[in-house]
Write a protein that binds this ligand. Structure first.
Ligand SMILES: [Zn+2]
Ligand SMILES: [Zn+2]
Length: 148
């Protein structure tokens, strides 16, 4: 690898390590690193390599086809199961004891060995659930009024 490529990769990795668990697009990353003269193609190339090494993973956000990446190569991340909100893209580390129980239960009842590092549970975070509830309640109020 040429020296400048190694340097680009190092800059990218240290940026990602500063933002673990954040859902970032290649464009977000390139914009954040624009002052350090890394091209978008270099960002893509390195993201692909890091993904293959299992240091970042791709995540999906509902209603968007944009590919987002999360850096999960920290000790904290390796030990936890991840919960990912499809509404806002926020990630949470599941309580370790609960995760252990869940994994043990699947092993016993389903004879299924969960790969903790590769598993993401998709759902809706508390804040997004509240937002969703407010939104649907407003809808319901209007419906009730119009049928009264
Ligand atoms: Zn994590
Ligand atoms: Zn959310």
């Amino acid at each position: 690898m040429a020296a400048y490529q190694t340097k680009q990769r190092r800059i990218l990795q240290s940026f990602l390590a500063d933002h673990p668990d954040e859902s970032l697009s290649a464009a977000d990353i390139a914009a954040a690193l624009s002052a350090q003269s890394i091209s978008i193609s270099a960002v893509y190339r390195n993201l692909t390599a890091l993904e293959q090494e299992g240091r970042i993973r791709r995540v999906a956000k509902s209603g968007s086809r944009e590919v987002l990446y999360q850096f999960v190569d920290t000790e904290d991340c390796r030990e936890h199961l991840h919960l990912l909100c499809k509404g806002c893209g926020a990630t949470y580390h599941m309580n370790k004891e609960d995760a252990d129980n869940l994994i043990r239960m699947l092993a016993v009842h389903e004879q299924f060995a969960v790969d903790r590092n590769d598993t993401v549970l998709y759902g809706t975070c508390e804040a997004c659930q509240i937002k969703e509830r407010i939104r649907t309640n407003h809808g319901r109020d209007k419906e009730q009024k119009s049928t009264e």
